[in-house]
Design a protein around this ligand. Structure first.
Ligand code: NAD
Length: 369
């Protein structure tokens, strides 16, 4: 019998609960077919937590997150909570989870399913079969560095300051995650910075090189300036396997890579923390999209980004690559059959709702017995 994994479910707001309900069906199938055993706790985050507890993340929920083997989150936010004080906004719940779980490595795969290759803004031949992974440093760099702020100058002007700063340990730990992941893929890692004009970039390059030489000699390491990387991503994206980069460049490059795939409703993500003595990492998995208030409650949301986030959880937190492959293949098969939610609809294909997409996926999984 497989060991029981403790998962915290945080559906959140808007389409979050709808897409998470489809993940539950996939989990139930894994359990019923004897492939996995899960203990699931449910919690509130974002606007729904604010409505229930007056805070976007209750301390008790935070404790559950820290005690779980992994957290799966739907989405947070919506117009109902737009005018709340900054400290109470739904997004603060998400940021607290990332901060208190110390999730420093953000994994954003950009995977183009053959059936959707035509939906990309790039030519089909440039993106068909694309499978790259961007590892973004998530808790350091210019978004957090001190000093920061806006000050008044004696000459009547104002000055805005943010500081790009990285210490060795921050670079080394995210580099290790990226090297490790490259080892499970095509064994190629491209480290991205601007060592030509930034000292923090030079340090980044030196430290990543050191880790590569001493700990991961079997991974082919290359370096690229961030501006060139942006160009290469739209010129010839298939040249990359894994990219590792800092918080600011990762923010931009992962969104750029995401759009190569054509749809927000298909994009999963993972955020990982430090490994404990047993090699287990704190981890949170979530789709890249938001709560989509415009379609919430209408059975229109595409659940595949969240289902693919769950598949990442199986692969990266639970070492269940076989089961993750089953789910990924079922997604591929459903798309190949022409089943589409509205966001990825194409002429001549079959339009289904959120639960209809779940039905189609379950049917593919059931075919595996
Ligand atoms: P969004 O991602 O929610 O929606 C953008 C557009 O994409 C909308 O037209 C929406 O209908 C569509 N869309 C998104 N996900 C979809 C899916 N799974 N299936 C089909 N269509 C989908 O971004 P937004 O409209 O800018 O933000 C809405 C709310 O979500 C805001 O409150 C924002 O703060 C929040 N948000 C939350 C997260 C998060 O929880 N991680 C991320 C981004 C935005």
């Amino acid at each position: 019998m497989p060991s029981t994994k403790k998962i915290l479910f945080l559906p959140g707001d808007g389409i979050g609960p709808e897409v998470m309900a489809q993940v539950r069906r996939v989990m139930d199938w894994l359990v019923a077919s004897g492939r996995a055993s899960f203990e699931v706790e449910d919690g509130l985050v974002g606007g729904s937590a604010y409505d229930a507890h007056g805070t976007p993340l209750h301390d008790d929920t935070m404790k559950l997150a820290l005690a779980a083997d992994a957290v799966l989150l739907g989405a947070v936010g919506g117009p109902k909570w737009d005018n709340l004080d900054f400290s109470l906004k739904p997004e603060r719940g998400l940021l607290r989870l990332r901060k208190d779980m110390e999730l420093f490595a953000n994994l954003r795969p950009a995977l183009v399913f053959d059936a959707l290759a035509e939906a990309s803004s790039l030519k089909t031949e440039l993106v068909a079969g694309l499978d790259i992974l961007i590892v973004r440093e998530l808790t350091g760099g210019v978004y957090f560095g001190q000093p920061r702020g806006i000050s008044d100058l004696p000459n009547g002007e104002r000055r805005g300051v943010n500081t790009q700063v990285y210490d060795t340990h921050e670079i080394v730990r995210v580099a290790r995650v990226a090297f490790d992941l490259a080892g499970k893929r095509d064994k190629r890692l491209c480290s991205v910075e601007k060592a030509n004009v930034m000292e923090s970039g030079l340090l980044w390059r030196e430290e990543v090189t050191k880790i590569g030489t001493t700990e991961f000699p079997d991974i082919a390491l290359s370096h690229m300036y961030a501006d060139n990387c942006a160009m290469q991503l739209v010129r010839q994206p298939k040249q990359f396997d894994v990219i590792v980069t800092d918080n600011l460049f990762g923010d931009l490059l992962s969104d750029c890579a995401a759009m190569l795939t054509g749809s927000l409703g298909m994009l999963p993500s993972a955020s990982l923390g430090e490994a404990d003595a047993n090699g287990a990492r704190k981890a949170m998995y979530e789709p890249v999209h938001g709560s989509a208030p415009d379609i919430a409650g209408q059975n229109k949301a595409n659940p595949l980004a969240t289902i693919l986030s769950f598949s990442m959880m199986l692969r990266y937190s639970f070492d269940m690559g076989v089961e993750a492959d089953l789910i990924d293949q079922a997604v591929r098969d459903v798309l190949a059959d022409g089943i589409r939610t509205g966001d990825i609809m194409q002429p001549g294909k079959t339009l289904v709702g959120t639960s209809g997409m779940g039905d189609a996926l379950l049917a593919k999984l059931a075919a595996h017995g």
